[in-house]
Every structure is written in structure tokens, then in C-alpha cells.
Ligand binder design. Structure first.
Ligand SMILES: [Zn+2]
Length: 374
């Protein structure tokens, strides 16, 4: 199959998608739009809590393709209206232009191109909600869908192209997240007689200092070492200025290396060592990280198809958390991430996508899908 993507359709879809605001938690309108467009092509999309999906073709080889419907908030002062999709000097501006509506448009175009063609396998399209931060793991669309939609592999689409360098990043893993809240109990006393009290803030400082010395979980990925990052992100405590503080809360934010199952116990044991029984500890948020072997035929296909359009590829371990980790952890599908859209543009004010790259990378993506099923 050598059908080329239709530039006008891609641009039309992208502009329409940008014009439907879909900040996390408000995905209903965009969900309706995506299902209507799929219906117009003759599909019967399924919708679950604003997550849209279709399954095309029959078993044998299978692949799940995902893009997220939500965006981060507008934030800051824009030169271009965030929901108007204005075009200027070869760029389309708007919230979500790169993250992740270019990929939604590309998926719609692929769905259109494969309609009524015989596919040598089964392709699952998922358009999911709640990807951006602030959403509990269990409330994410990817969490919901990956419980019952299965495929041999998942390809999660995010803006992962370095446009200036003609380079497509292939993400093969990311760190997980643990937010651990520690409530340290001290003993209040007159500040003139500090020996009668226990200063909870001083205890917190000791805990944080000790945490810096812990040898956290590390994994080797390609040529780099991925280590768990652990840092205090919020401290709350103290009392009246004449009182030795009797309480201090610290929020420890951890970016965990894949398969780190020790982090909570490590933080807990530092607290116990310093505070004895005088603390409470709670895990407020937990999301898995993951790592994939890059010696995978799908990675080879992406590399080959990119090369045909003079794009290079680079295997990369993601800085932030990506939904590929959920398709892996919950859906048990080996997962990679790539996609159209400029990696540098994610979440920025005056976010844009470069039209030329958008079209070329949509073509590359379409070719990757066709090559996977050939
Ligand atoms: Zn995104």
C-alpha cells in the first residue's frame, strides 16, 4: 500500500481539533468530534468515559495506536489565540498543536486510509483522556482502556520529533512517580527551654539530609544509568514563634527508575531511624515507570521508515512520565512512544506545530503502520 497522506485533510483536522478546547477534565466535546469523524468514515467507534476507540482488522499481528485528547491549560500570555489555530510562516499555533492534536489528526488520517483495505492483522486506535498531569492514575483513559483492549504492542504518540535536526525520538521507557507525604511529630515547648521539646522542623531537616545519602535504585538503559530521583517538593510546619515546633510535613517527590520497588521502604526507614515512632507516612500518588528492550522489530521499522524521508532516529529514555508506561504496566503490552509534533513545544505558551514536519512525519507514521502489518 503506498497511499499518501492527504495534506489538506490533516491540516483541516488539526485546526478543528485545536478549536475545541480540551484541557484535562474537559474532553467531552473533542471526544464527540473524534467519534463523529470516525463515523463519517464508516467506523463504529466505541466511547467509554470520553475515551474513543476502534478496532480494525482481525487477530494475528496486532498493534495499539494511542494519542491523548486532553491538553494542559493555556497558561501565560499568548501572541496567537490558543484556540483559533492560526497559521503563520508555515506554523499552526494553538494549545495542543504539537501535544497532542497533531497525532490525533495523523491517527484520523491513518484510519481513513486503511478503511476498507485488507489489513494483515488488527489495529486498535485509542484516543484517551486525562494524560496530562494532575490526573490520578486510575482516572486516566489509558488506565481504563488498557484493562480490556489488548494488542501485541502499543505505540503511543506524543510530540517526539526534534524538528530542527530532522530527528525522531523513539521513547523506550520512563521513570515512575511516587509522592510520599511524611508527617513528623515533635514536642512543643517554650523556646527558652528547647531541651523540653522536640523540634519537628529540625527532625525534618535530618530526614531530608539523610535521604540525600541513600543509594537509590538504578537500572542500565542503553548507555546510560537511570537512577531514582528523590527530592523534597513541599515543606509545611512550625508553630508560634515562641514555641518549639511540634509538627512538620514534608512531601517527597520521587521519579523512580523502572522496577524500583524499594523507594517507599527506603524513605520509611530513614524516617524511622531519625524519628522513631513519631511520624506518619503515606503514599499519595503512585505511577509506574517502565523500560523496553530497543532490540525490537518495531523500532527497526521506525528507523527504516524515518530514513526514507531523511529523518534520523534516536532511542531515548523519557524525562517525564508517559502513558506508554500504563499500556505496559496495566495492559502488559510492550510499549514505545514517538510521534509528530515538536518535542520542544510541549506545554509552551504560543505552542505550534511546523506544517511541513507535521505532514512528513504523518506520512512516516502511516508508513510505519503499513510496514508493521506488511
Ligand atoms: Zn502529550
Amino acid at each position: 500500500m503506498s497511499l499518501e497522506v492527504d495534506k489538506d485533510k490533516l491540516i483541516h483536522w488539526l485546526q478543528e481539533l485545536i478549536r475545541i478546547p480540551s484541557v484535562t477534565g474537559n474532553e467531552e466535546a473533542i471526544s464527540k468530534y473524534v467519534s463523529q469523524e470516525l463515523q463519517k468514515m464508516g467506523y463504529r467507534p466505541q466511547v467509554k468515559e470520553n475515551n474513543v476507540y476502534i478496532e480494525v482488522g482481525k487477530e494475528k499481528k496486532s498493534l495499539l495506536l494511542n494519542a491523548h485528547l486532553d491538553t494542559v491549560d493555556v497558561g501565560g500570555e499568548w501572541m496567537h489565540e490558543p484556540f483559533e489555530a492560526t497559521t503563520e510562516k508555515g506554523k499552526i499555533f494553538g494549545r495542543g498543536a504539537s501535544d497532542d492534536k497533531g497525532n490525533i489528526a495523523a491517527m484520523l488520517e491513518i484510519a481513513r486510509l486503511i478503511k476498507d483495505k485488507s489489513l494483515n492483522g488488527r489495529l486498535v486506535f485509542t484516543f484517551t483522556t486525562g494524560e496530562e498531569f494532575g490526573t490520578k492514575l486510575e482516572a486516566k483513559g489509558s488506565y481504563l482502556l488498557s484493562q480490556f483492549l489488548k494488542a501485541d504492542k502499543a505505540l503511543v504518540l506524543e510530540p517526539q520529533t526534534d524538528v530542527e535536526d530532522n530527528k525522531i525520538n523513539i521513547i523506550y521507557g520512563c521513570r515512575g512517580i511516587e509522592n510520599i507525604l511524611v508527617r513528623i511529630k515533635g514536642k512543643g515547648s517554650h523556646t527558652g527551654y528547647p531541651e523540653r521539646g522536640v523540634n519537628a522542623i529540625s527532625k525534618a531537616v535530618e530526614v531530608l539530609t539523610e535521604l540525600e545519602k541513600v543509594d537509590f535504585h538504578t537500572v542500565k538503559a542503553e548507555s546510560q544509568e537511570i537512577k531514582t530521583i528523590c527530592m523534597p517538593i513541599r515543606v509545611n510546619g512550625g508553630a508560634d514563634i515562641f514555641l518549639v515546633p511540634d509538627k512538620c510535613e514534608i512531601m517527597v517527590h520521587c521519579r523512580t527508575a523502572p522496577e524500583d520497588s524499594m523507594i517507599f521502604d527506603q524513605v520509611d526507614s530513614v524516617c524511622r531511624e531519625i524519628c522513631g515512632d513519631n511520624y506518619e507516612i503515606e503514599n499519595l500518588y503512585s505511577a509506574p515507570g517502565y523500560i523496553e528492550n530497543t532490540d525490537d522489530p518495531l523500532v527497526d521499522i521506525i528507523r527504516q521508515e524515518a530514513k526514507r524521508f531523511n529523518y534520523t532516529t534516536q532511542n531515548r529514555f523519557a524525562g517525564g512520565r508517559i502513558d506508554a508506561s500504563i499500556f505496559k504496566a496495566i495492559g502488559n503490552m510492550p510499549s514505545f512512544c514517538m510521534g509528530v509534533g515538536n518535542r520542544e513545544q510541549m506545554h509552551l505558551v504560543d505552542e505550534y506545530i511546523t506544517v511541513e514536519e507535521f505532514i512528513t512525519c504523518s506520512e512516516i507514521l502511516k508508513n510505519v503502520i503499513f510496514a508493521y502489518f506488511s
